[in-house]
Ligand binder design. Sequence first.
Ligand code: PEP
Ligand code: MG
Length: 950
Amino acid sequence: MLELANEQIAMGQTAADKAEALRLLADRLVADGLVAEGYLQGLQAREAQGSTFLGQGIAIPHGTPQTRDLVYATGVRLLQFPDGVDWGDGQIVYLAIGIAARSDEHLRLLQLLTRALGETDLAEALRRASSAEALLKLLQGAPQALALDAQLVGLNLPAEDFDELAWRGARLLQRAGCVDSGFAAVLQQAEPLPLGEGLWWLHSERQVRQPGLAFITPQQQLRYRDQPLNGLFCLASLGAAHQALLERLCEVLIEGRGQTLYQATSSRAVLEVLGGEAAPDWPSVRIVLANPHGLHARPAKILAQLAKGFAGEIRIRVLDSAQPAVSVKSLSKLLSLGARRGQELELLAEPAIASDALPALLAAIEQGLGEEIEPLPNTAAPVAATPVEVLQAPAAGSRIQAVAAAPGIASGPAHVSVERDIDYPLRGESPTQERLKLRHALAAVNAELQALVQRSDKAIGEIFVTHQEMLADPALADDVELRLAQGESAAAAWMAVIEAAARQQEALHDALLAERAADLRDIGRRVLAQLCGVQAQAEPEQPYVLVMGEVGPSDVARLDPTRVAGIVTAYGGATAHSAIVARALGIPAVVGAGAGILLLAPGTPLLLDGQRGVVSVAPAADELQRALAERDQREQRLQAAWAQRHEPAVSRDGHAIEVFANIGESSGIDKVVEQGAEGVGLLRTELIFMAHPQVPDVATQEAEYRRVLDGLGGRPLVVRTLDVGGDKPLPYWPIDAEENPFLGVRGVRLTLQRPQIMEDQLRALLRAADQRPLRIMFPMVGQVHEWREARAMVERLREEIPVADLQLGIMVEVPSAALLAPQLAREVDFFSIGTNDLTQYTLAIDRGHPSLSAQADGLHPAVLNLIDMTVRAAHAEGKWVGVCGELAADPQAVAVLLGLDVDELSVAARSIAEVKALVRQAEYQTARALAREALQQDSAAAVRALVERY
Ligand code: PEP
Ligand code: MG
């Protein structure tokens, strides 16, 4: 984060003109290692686009998006020019603040500066400042304004005594971001001050971030220290920010008007008496800010200028912040919002100008305020906006080539399941009525969830149990209650609280907690639908094709698998969650078909081929017939394959390949063997860890691994050591947030940093082995030394716990491991290629990316070449190679992998029979020719076309 410090300031500089001042700044930024040479051009280009003069003798030169790559580290450097530098248009700069920032971090700085900008004679004071300390004080020392707005007023709140009322006041201040969580405790220790008329005052300066005042009145009559307790002021005190307010309050009390406060029925009435910020009851619109660096100086300037063209007041606020609305016409106020990309803004305009001003401002923000903007992912369209993108539903007879996700052919009417906006009133009938409505809605949703728990299997059922717990969360209930008491409708109160809680989760930058945010929004919507009487879309009578944006596991759990013939998603790729879940359920699926698919009319006949990744819209009768005949043949083939599932997979010309299973839990191992597995080729142990509420100890782990080995009855078990970190955190194992977790501390990198956990796991594995064949492999190895460190640990433990049949290997899922395969092959016993990650890292496409992951195809010739290199290197040293990524189960890939001489394929248990059958149909010599040709292709699509021709 950008903060100001003495060392960043150079006092008493001189520059003949702006160009020289910029040069001095750039030199300083380069010398201090913040930016590369060449950043000066960025500063110049930025000034050419528009002056960075901020007012009050301050300019904030910074680079352009094109020079962002030259920034090594975020930071600022300040140069004081006591003689002033002409910044153009007669504006004189005494302090130039050079910013090196890659993203919107500088908004925090602007926010800080704008507080100082309100000071009337700041420019002169900056010019005269004689030391860095003095200058810094000028920038930071401006008093912060007291926060007092509708959020900080709580009327008729349930409270049994003074302490509870004080606690509620502290909560309001905390929610508004004025205080830290310990404030409630310090407030309890403060000495209450009676103000008269049953009004009381409490204050503390500890744990305060920003000065703020909360006012709370109790629902029932209370007394405290033998006096009435009609209302309580809780002050988060910082400096003299509350002085003016206190004076005004004294006047009100002297005039004997205290009851206007404690008998008030709306926060507006309270704020009017106290002179706080009441949100005006003006027409308003909302829009999500899409500017890459938020509302920084340049776009803010354009917005302020536009607003000045209207003869009336226009205000703006950031919806999820405690700050009151500010005038759009004031540049410094706009900057003080610190609005970031993705935050929702509300614009309010006086009724007389609203119909002209609001659409004009909205359009300007939508168009980027002079900047290029990237559309935001998954944001609702602005309330009064015109549609930006014109999407069309695919026409009847069209064929969409998307991504094959789960094999099989399905047909049926489209059941398009898209979240639609639900309108709801903001104000309620009465708190009692609204409370009752909410209680009924919560009970109904709870019953729905209970039904889902009962009909789901254990893992998915747990998702709904968590949802039930969220529904009953007392902290949510408290916050909703506060809002209901202020007259909000049940729907508005509920949604505001859910949204705030979800945002709080997301702000923690933790993948697991971010998932919790999605869960919160999920239950939020369910309750809202109940409150507003919105029925879930009726499912078609006959088996249908489900069309969705993306399908998460909880969506799938809600499906009735006997009625869902197939799944088509608009977004996602073959290794996306939706695809893996669909495969596990055996439902044909095609993913990444594009957003247009969501516009299909309900009931449109669809035909999908989950093997080729094709969706046909309203197909002609003969096409449908052909496909259905193919489906029947496939059914028959699968039945025949099932009958031979225990036979080995040997090609027509006698080449054998082993077919193993991928598993993530120890239970159900018998079923896996029953489905034809010749062993387990990948035990994802992190799933075992995740199923425990804390790190399982050695004995617990040993029992789990023993269970798998027992079930395998002498067949080999390939275990992967814990693969967490990055995007796969363990709830009980806090990992620092990383900007790019896929390239961060994950897999073996992480476990080597926590040797105790790794050692415990290895000890449990060795103990469980007895005389059975155990293979241990390490995930995400990218460097030879990582492998050696991990191997050394096993060898040390092996002296303590001897194991008869043990092999050690690595997962090849980082391109460097494949490229170093010749070196590694001398030392490992085997390789197992994780094509999911190998594809991701080779093609530089996040495997879960909403739009790109469709291109992360493991049949890409670049990935195939890495597989080929790995196999050749291993075989040269007499070592074996398995493939355990999703590619191994892709029907189009089986012959290619056979031809590349892979020794083992490890796939989801459900796919074993089919993969074995595909090997039996193939001819090894032909597959080798196919593989050689595939290595020469230039795209995954070309490889797939080639496979079709063979
Ligand atoms: C892989 O990356 O291919 C793999 C099997 O590991 P995971 O999918 O668990 O990351
Ligand atoms: Mg992996």
